[in-house]
Ligand binder design. Structure first.
Ligand SMILES: Cc1ncc(COP(=O)(O)O)c(C=O)c1O
Length: 323
């Protein structure tokens, strides 16, 4: 974890943050670029509107008010959203109020909870990613989305997954486990680090594709901060009838991400990193036309001996029938 004592000069040379001024400017630019401001700002309390967003790096009084919106330990400056972000206090308070409501009247709170998933959470996450609500599966983080993704694809023994040597264990392991259990083949293409141009992974991965390849899987942004040419790779996969599956853990909230614009089939991400959602939140995008080739382990069944209402609520948590 990267934590710095307050009062010490902040110097993170690896990613060009050499002083607090430029880091704040970059932060503001990246927040504006993600388009998440309209999602984040309503969650901040009424005083946030009055304090405004600091426009200058040395606007210390406004930065102090922004900082007061978070529960960070006073003696630290936190820099590790790549691992886990810290939600603003109004979000923490809303989570605490939610647990209190469950304790006060469990069945009523449960009904409200399911309704809010459908009417607020899935549509908001869908808007963030440029998808339809019915294409969003709510998960507990990227790792869970990647597990569902690797296990949900319909594949036969001998089918090949082409991926890279840059993958996070959370992305690679589910494919390796599936290979052990069901005889698919995982082919890891060596990509140098750092990559010198977007063409480098594009050419290396293009050479590795064969008629046996059914899925092309890679990170949008690697743990080391390399940005892959997602749109070009998805287009390449599409031209060969190959499914494109992406680990977007380090992209959403840090970069603008529009899954339709990228042209990907499956995209797993975290919401508890750069978007500052509470810990244990993520999403998996399953493009609507992938549905016939994708199975969710908890998908609802019409043979289920539960009421239609309960079936619908269960399906809503995963993939809605409305697509
Ligand atoms: C590239 C990448 N993929 C997947 C993950 C796992 O994400 P999560 O902690 O949300 O499961 C991480 C976490 O750091 C990551 O950097």
């Amino acid at each position: 974890m990267l934590m710095f004592d307050l009062g010490r000069k902040i110097r993170v040379t690896g990613n060009k943050l050499s002083d607090s001024g430029s880091s704040r400017r970059n932060l503001l630019r990246s927040i504006a670029a993600t388009g998440i401001m309209p999602l984040v700002m309503p969650a901040l309390d009424a005083s946030a509107g009055a304090l405004g967003v600091p426009t200058a790096p040395d606007d210390e009084s406004r930065w102090a008010k922004v900082r007061a919106q978070f529960a960070f330990a006073q003696e630290h400056v936190y820099f590790n959203n790549a691992s886990l972000g810290s939600p603003p206090l109004p979000v923490l308070n809303a989570v605490a109020a939610g647990y209190r409501a469950f304790a006060a009247n469990p069945t009523a709170a449960k009904a409200e909870y399911f309704e809010s998933l459908e009417t607020a959470v899935r549509p908001t996450v869908a808007r963030l990613l440029g998808a339809n609500a019915g294409e969003i599966v709510l998960t507990r983080g990227t790792s869970e989305g990647l597990y569902l993704l690797a296990n949900g694809m319909e594949l036969q023994p001998g089918d090949e997954i082409v991926t890279t040597t840059h993958e996070h264990p959370g992305g690679l392991t589910p494919w390796l486990v599936r290979a052990e259990r069901s005889g698919i083949v995982v082919r890891q293409v060596a990509i140098p680090s750092p990559i010198v141009s977007p063409e480098q992974p594009l050419e290396a991965l293009s050479r590795a594709l064969s008629p046996r390849t059914k899925v092309l899987f890679f990170c949008h942004v690697t743990r080391g901060g390399l940005i892959y040419p997602v749109k070009e790779l998805c287009s390449l996969a599409h031209s060969k009838g190959i499914v494109s599956a992406i680990d977007g853990a380090q992209a959403v909230g840090a970069l603008p991400v529009d899954v339709r614009e990228l042209g990907c089939d499956l995209y797993a991400t975290s919401l508890h990193k750069w978007t500052l959602a509470p810990a244990g939140n993520g999403a998996l995008y399953v493009r609507a036309d992938m549905r016939p080739r994708f199975r969710h382990p908890f998908q609802s069944s019409s043979a289920c001996p539960c009421t239609a209402g309960a079936r619908d609520r269960r399906a809503a948590l995963f993939l809605s029938r409305s697509g």
